[in-house]
Design a protein around this ligand. Structure first.
Ligand SMILES: Cc1cc2nc3c(=O)[nH]c(=O)nc-3n(C[C@H](O)[C@H](O)[C@H](O)COP(=O)(O)OP(=O)(O)OC[C@H]3O[C@@H](n4cnc5c(N)ncnc54)[C@H](O)[C@@H]3O)c2cc1C
Length: 421
């Protein structure tokens, strides 16, 4: 006998990483009802990470970004609809699109992602001042880089630094302006941030810390000509990338009267305040056993694992979300991988003598909460297993001479780590 979920019409709004994965995972798990995937970008669902890396440098083309070719959606009866969802009527369980069409649902999944923040300063709308989120943004930046003479990045987060690295690879010496005292200040430890500062400086990029943007200066023809900093300095600029974070797309949820607080609020099963509506990926603010507050995580891993959980629930296997967060970033030929959540760490321990290949273990009290690995993917994989399966690791053990994450994992699985080493 069919369960309710198997026959349900699932409508997914947002055809990005999380939206695509929800549809694909539903079919993988045997969902037999209709699946409608509504997206407003007018292209096949694609992966965003290469937009600030290989794609920006022209090393891959658009088709290589597609998560699946067009035939996948036909073969798996996923109805792709191009349009912008503008309202959800929860009483009639209908999503309305800007073109006037309406789609009824048994279950609705909001996978609307996030959009880059603008800098609210004079000149932010000038030509040449750009943000990076979509394929079209990346195309415009790629084009702009062809004849740009002075490239400035505002914000030394992952997007800003990855763009700066790619632009440097294309021959541009980039100036990165950051308001805080170091790069990646909200997302990595100081040793990792120092490594990336050095990396950029050695390659010829300039990083300016503790600097705000006062205004973007016009060339008299509606195009950016310079960036005025808060200390009075003027940087010449004909291409500016603003990478100062994103805002989750919550308008639909708010309009429908769902709980929204820094994201679409869900419970541990990723259900919103309406049990017929789930939220996944960048737009969702969800509880996690590793955090005392609701989290919103912008990563491929979270988008994919959220989608899988919702597909599990809708096909009859509900569970609480507790997947270990992990993330990566590539700049020049350096790869940073992060496992766990570093918020609230009080001690850091660097493993590895080589300044171009090391891991930083982050502890809260005596508990390992995150590991950042620079060019050490073996450490990253071991860290994911240690953190993900709750393998005990104390600070004292990590400080022991010759300690390695892989060795620790092996010893623990063989039961050979002496207590209180
Ligand atoms: C340049 C760049 C580089 C990145 N690099 C990395 C990386 O190296 N590693 C990593 O882990 N993560 C990286 N990320 C983050 C990662 O790509 C995101 O976390 C992930 O894409 C989130 O997936 P999502 O489906 O929640 O949102 P999105 O992929 O943004 O998809 C949301 C989709 O919903 C659509 N939409 C929104 N509202 C509506 C509406 N009302 N109607 C119809 N459609 C709508 C949007 O247009 C969009 O297509 C990067 C992101 C960017 C932008």
């Amino acid at each position: 006998m069919r369960t309710y979920e198997e026959a349900a019409h699932v409508v997914v709004v947002g055809a990005g990483q999380a939206g695509y994965q929800t549809a694909a995972s539903l079919r993988e798990r045997g969902h037999r009802g209709r699946i409608t995937l509504i997206g407003d970008e007018g292209v096949l669902p694609y992966e965003r990470p290469p937009l600030s890396k290989a794609y920006l440098k022209g090393e891959t083309d658009e088709t290589q970004l597609w998560l699946r070719p067009e035939t996948f959606y036909e073969r798996h009866s996923v109805e792709r609809v191009t349009g912008t969802a503008i309202a959800v009527d929860r009483d009639s369980r209908t999503v309305r699109l800007a073109d006037g069409s309406a789609h009824g649902y048994d279950h609705l999944v909001l996978a609307t992602g996030a959009l880059p923040r603008n800098l609210p300063v004079t000149g932010h709308g000038l030509r040449g001042v750009r943000t990076l989120r979509t394929l079209r943004d990346a195309d415009a930046l790629r084009k702009g880089l062809v004849d740009a003479e002075h490239v400035v990045v505002v914000g030394a987060g992952f997007i800003g630094l990855e763009f700066a690295a790619a632009a440097r690879g294309l021959g541009h010496a980039v100036t990165v302006v950051e308001g805080l005292g170091r790069p990646l200040a909200r997302v990595t430890s100081a040793p990792t941030a120092e490594h990336f500062t050095r990396l950029h400086e050695e390659r010829g990029n300039e990083l300016l810390f503790g600097q705000g943007v006062a205004r973007f200066h016009d060339d008299g023809d509606g195009r950016v000509a310079a960036v005025d900093l808060t200390d009075g300095r003027r940087l010449p600029a004909d291409l500016v990338l603003v990478g100062v974070g994103v805002t989750p797309c919550t308008e639909l949820a708010e309009g429908a009267g769902l709980a929204v607080a820094g994201g679409i609020v869900t419970d541990a099963r990723l259900l919103t305040s309406d049990p017929r509506i789930s939220a996944v990926g960048d737009c969702a603010a969800f509880p996690h056993p590793r955090s005392s507050t609701h989290l919103r995580i912008e990563s491929v891993q979270t988008a994919v694992d959220h989608a899988r959980l919702v597909a599990d629930r809708l096909t009859g296997t509900p569970r609480a979300y507790d997947d270990l967060p992990w993330f990566w970033s590539t700049q020049f030929s350096t790869t940073l991988q992060i496992a766990g959540l570093s918020r609230g760490y009080d001690t850091e321990l660097v493993l590895g003598e080589d300044s171009s290949s090391f891991s930083v273990l982050l502890f809260r009290g005596d508990e390992l909460i995150a590991v950042e690995s620079v060019n050490r993917s073996g450490d990253h994989m071991a860290a994911r297993r240690i953190l993900g399966s709750g393998v005990p690791l104390t600070r004292q053990e990590a400080h022991a001479a010759g300690f390695t994450l892989k060795g620790h994992l092996k010893a623990r699985s063989e039961g050979t780590v002496p207590v209180g080493v």
